[in-house]
Design a protein around this ligand. Sequence first.
Ligand code: IPM
Ligand code: MN
Length: 377
Amino acid sequence: MKDAGYSIVLYPGDGTGPEVLREGRKVLDALAEGDAAPWRLTEYPGGGQYFLKTGKEWEPEAEAASKSADAILLGAVGWPGATLPNGDIAGRALVLGLREGLDLFANVRPCKLYPGVLHRISGTYKEVWSPSMVDMVIVRENTEDLYTPARGRLRRGGETEVAVDTRIITRKGAERVIRYAFELARARPRGAPEDGVKRVTCIDKANVMEGCRFFRETFDRVAADYPEIEKDYAYVDAFTQWLVRNPEHYNVAVATNMMGDIVTDLASVLQGGMGFASGGNIGSDHAMFEPVHGSAPKYAGKNQVNPFATFFAVEQMLRWLGDRHHDGRLTRQAARLERALSQVLAQGGSGTYDQGGHASTSDAGDRVASAVRAVAA
Ligand code: IPM
Ligand code: MN
């Protein structure tokens, strides 16, 4: 427990990032009212738009702050035309750079459909499953696989002839993320909605790829330490249809980086869309939390996007801080926020355009902030 409080660094970033982070801040401030806030918030600019303005992705003090922060909250990065000389997106330093630099090896993405929220299958708003049928966490490896900087182009006479990305799966990378998934399944109070069984599903393509065979072997080795948890396997192609057809089967699933990137976007449709999808980038010493939706340039400045993904990211962050520092104050604040969020959602969802409503980003933030005030600390 830190009496002096936890330092939380905020990177609003690009596009709609600043809008959703502003609401996240509003909710954090509401949680902190009355009592001394057990956290200090410091905001730093950075990202693609900042790069276009200044020629830098961020300032040295922002980078330094990420290393000393107790937790980081990121809005989103990426802006049309903001590209680094090597072709990477400008703002990469704040996402992929921090994942690598702070060794945030597990990307933890909860997928839960709350009562009152409508799923987005086929782009419409429907309630086909009862919300209690979607409640899983997908854990994505976050530092290797096709994301390793083992890539490049062969240019002959100025023409690109070959472009290569290399898929790297390491023992260390696989082992720690798989262990994270099993520990998470052990800690979660409930198993899969279908049958209550605590289950970890290994998502891979082990019928074809060597890296996936190694990932699965590692999965089996780690699973031996968790005899009370059911082992489950899914080839990634089959997983995509089972996920949609039978989401209640899944409790915790673990995947390599690129496959995890893809299946978590798909899974978000089951929880109401990207407007509800949050992720925690978690390492042994650092963690960064974010809404997964990205900067959505089309909606930037319109006060229109759904800030709930950011609220869930805040909840994940407070829970992680509470666990890490054995600080009940943070754990209680996380539980309080989740209660407020589920109360607001139960009264008619987020109300934002992506759910067929007319509420603005700041309306949604106001509703959650008042709900937080009404829920006892
Ligand atoms: C995500 C995003 C990032 C990724 C991008 C912005 C680099 O899609 O967090 O899922 O590919 O991991
Ligand atoms: Mn993604």
